[in-house]
Design a protein. Structure first.
Length: 750
């Protein structure tokens, strides 16, 4: 009852905008309003509804709110439809004109006009409203039919979409629809052109006859298009089955389309089932997947096809979109209890080695529950062990999510702190910032709330102070939440070595005439009382490390075409200052130079990416490792990762010591900086971790991973997450609750 009431309320909100959608002056505003209402409705329905069984069901759900809204406005619809069509054609013409301007600008090397998102939204919403009118559009369909073929294929697809649920009047469009199919084929999925023809075939039998003639075309694109539409038509096109079977030795697209079409037609003969079985072990992965879809559509002979679907769960090769194992799991789910033999294999997707968890967890659980609804054999999560003994002040804690709430665990995976907060930062200075929809709090290592944050934003503590934001300005509070430095800066850094960076003078500018961007001001450093130690004279600066801070010493002001009537500092040069603000290393290096770490800083010179040269300097600016390298990372644990220039060194990284001596060569496409003696590396298929000798400490098996910190690292495989130790053992998880994010961290708050 509650969901029905909510749907009616949302439809009522859409209905209030439908008359304004017909007005030329209001169409953009009304479209945007309807779009936001529809997004809100979709997000709420997705939380409660089962996944759609088919594309048709999914589309029907998407249009349900619009259909109900049209019912609510009653007799007004007949007067509004012609106006909606007029607005629809006007917006399509505007979209076409914009596209032509963009093409012309690119061809003449001029400024490319920005994309008109308001127009895109208007076209989309008018299209959906016209779809939702169903056969009520019939008396007014002529202008849409006349417009077909006038623009490009994108616009034709949108015109087809507007009438794909029309009544008998769509027969008037058949000649144009067939001509578009011959010329433009089926180029996207779902194809509104295919659906419009399928709808027209309900009222005119010549459509199927024309498609069968196209199956004999000399052009493969025409044959493939006809096969696709016959599949969309479904059972009504069974007369084409014999012709479709002739494509069993066709090209990949023809074979895949044939399998799909035969499945949609239903009532498969023994010959067709034999064809499905043979295709499920075909050497072409896409043909295999099409056969799996076909079997899932029909669910025939479980004793014959369930074993083949189980085998498909082990297909190792990547396909460019949905994988074969995912398709096989969906097909097994449709068999329901008749696929019980597949349960052991399906369980491996949620309980086996992380390397084999290639199917999304929700999808695997859903299949298991449909096959064994009375007693699902796999638990979604295990209750973690709770630590009884207290933790020491210097013992690291790790933030995790369990049953939707933030928890903190020790290095062995035992829960130390349970909270009712939805998210939270890691602990720093003995405090952690935690959040829920009701607000933000700061807790201590016993889980007690130290204070509630009333600030617009608060950053993690460092050296006893945390940056806070109020009304776009930043200041600092102490560990009790007491304001120590008033919010007055445009941006700040954390405190490091007793000093924090601050920025003043930030202004706003226009980006490409459409967006607003911030132009940074000048930067300096303050102490813990807020006293200015280093005046704001630097265009850029990083936090202090090893007694040095990287600063921008200047550059050249050049016009920037992305900023209206503005210039930006280009060809920036960077040097290093000491804690008094004195420039101790001249500004001769590039902006991708690093802060000091373990007494050395990776710096670079040169313009552009192809001529950049990296090396290392000491705190006095002396060149310790020559600037001859292609790339370089900061030192960590006495080692750094570098790459050399030259073709023979492609995909080869080197581990060096502080003298520049090569310790190990790492021949992998991607290797990241070392942290705690381990580096994440990509072997061309998955991520794992290498030690400083180049051996795999953790075999490649992850889609993403974060660096080791305090002996543990976050990893991800599909939608499974967990914390592993340096041997690859899971300390926490794998679980579907978590996050792994590769982000470039900045010293600055904004």
């Amino acid at each position: 009852m509650g969901s029905d009431t909510h749907a009616t309320k949302q439809a009522g909100r859409i209905a209030t905008w439908l008359p304004r959608l017909a007005e030329r002056a209001d169409v953009v505003a009304a479209s945007s309003a309807i779009w936001h209402i529809a997004i809100d409705a979709a997000s709420k329905s997705e939380e409660k509804s089962e996944p759609a069984a088919s594309r048709e069901e999914e589309d029907a759900r998407g249009l349900s709110g619009y259909k109900l809204a049209i019912e609510l406005i009653g007799d007004q619809v007949e007067k509004l439809i012609p106006a909606w069509i007029s607005r629809f054609l006007e917006q399509l013409q505007a979209a076409n004109d914009e596209q032509q301007r963009r093409v012309a600008a690119i061809g003449s090397d001029e400024d490319v006009p920005s994309i008109d998102m308001a127009n895109i939204i208007a076209v989309n919403q008018l299209q959906k409203v016209l779809q939702a009118t169903g056969d009520r559009i019939d008396p007014h369909i002529e202008p849409i039919v006349d417009a077909m073929g006038s623009w490009d294929r994108d616009r034709d697809e949108q015109l087809c979409a507007s009438v794909e649920y029309a009544g008998p009047a769509i027969s008037r469009a058949i000649p144009k629809l067939l001509e578009m199919l011959r010329v433009r084929s089926v180029w996207c999925w779902p194809s509104h052109l295919s659906r419009a023809l399928a709808n027209a075939s309900r009222f005119d039998g010549t459509v199927i006859g024309s498609l069968r003639e196209m199956l004999s075309s000399d052009l493969s694109s025409v044959r493939e298009a006809a096969i696709s539409v016959l599949g969309t038509i479904g059972p009504a096109a069974q007369s084409s089955a014999d012709q479709l079977l002739a494509f069993r030795n066709g090209n990949e697209a023809e074979r895949c389309g044939m399998l799909h079409a035969l499945a949609r037609q239903g009532s498969p003969t023994a010959e067709i089932l034999d064809l499905f079985a043979a295709a499920m072990v075909d050497e072409n992965g896409y043909v295999r997947r099409a056969a799996v879809y076909a079997v899932g559509e029909l669910t025939p002979e479980p004793e014959r096809f369930v074993p083949l679907l189980i085998d498909a769960c082990d297909y190792p090769h990547h396909l460019h979109d949905t994988s074969l194992p995912e398709a096989a799991v969906d097909a097994l789910a449709k068999y329901g209890p008749r696929a019980r033999a597949a349960l052991p294999r399906l369980e491996q997707f949620v309980t086996g080695p992380i390397k084999g968890r290639t199917v999304p967890a929700k999808q695997a659980f859903r299949a298991i529950e449909r096959i064994s609804p009375e007693a699902p054999p796999v638990r979604r999560s295990e209750d973690p062990t709770v630590r009884a003994e207290p933790v020491s002040d210097d013992e690291p804690l790790f933030g995790v999510i369990h049953e939707g709430n933030r928890c903190y665990i020790d290095r062995s995976g035992r829960v130390v702190i349970r909270t009712d907060f939805e998210w939270g930062e890691d602990f720093s200075d003995g405090l952690a910032i935690v959040r829920r929809s009701g607000g933000t709090s700061v807790i201590d290592r016993k889980g007690r709330v130290v204070f509630e944050s009333t600030w617009d934003e608060i950053k993690p503590f460092c050296e006893g102070l945390a940056a806070v934001k109020k009304d776009k300005k930043w200041g600092f509070v102490d560990v009790h939440g007491k304001l120590v430095i008033e919010p007055q800066y445009d941006a700040v850094t954390r405190f490091s070595e007793g000093l924090a960076g601050f920025e003043v003078g930030r202004t706003e500018g226009s980006f490409a005439k459409t967006l607003t961007i911030a132009r940074p001001g000048l930067r300096g450093f303050i102490d813990r009382t807020g006293g200015v130690v280093i005046p704001p004279i630097w265009p850029d600066a990083r936090a202090f490390h090893d007694g040095r801070a990287l600063v921008c010493t200047g550059g050249t002001m050049k016009p920037n075409p992305l900023i209206d009537d503005g210039e930006m500092l280009a060809d920036r040069k960077y040097g290093y200052i000491d804690r008094t603000g004195r420039l101790v290393i001249a500004g001769v290096y590039g902006m991708f130079s690093h802060s000091f770490s373990e007494g050395l800083a990776a710096v670079h010179v040169g313009d552009g990416f192809s001529r950049v040269r990296y090396g290392y300097i000491d705190a006095n600016g002396r060149e310790v490792i020559p600037l001859t390298l292609k790339s370089a990372t900061s030192f960590s644990g006495g080692v750094a990762l570098v790459s050399r220039r030259g073709r023979k060194y492609r995909s080869i990284h080197f581990v060096i010591d502080p003298t520049g001596r090569v310790l190990t060569e790492l021949a992998y496409p991607m290797v990241e900086a070392f942290s705690e003696g381990f580096a994440a590396a990509w072997n061309g298929n998955s991520y794992g971790f290498l030690d400083v000798t180049g051996r795999w400490s953790v075999e490649p098996q992850f889609d993403q991973c974060e660096p080791f910190k305090n002996g543990l690292a976050w990893v991800q495989r599909g939608d499974w997450y967990g914390l592993i130790d340096t041997t690859g053992k899971f300390v926490w998880g794998p679980t579907t609750e978590g996050a792994v994010a590769r982000v470039l961290e900045s010293d600055w708050t904004s």
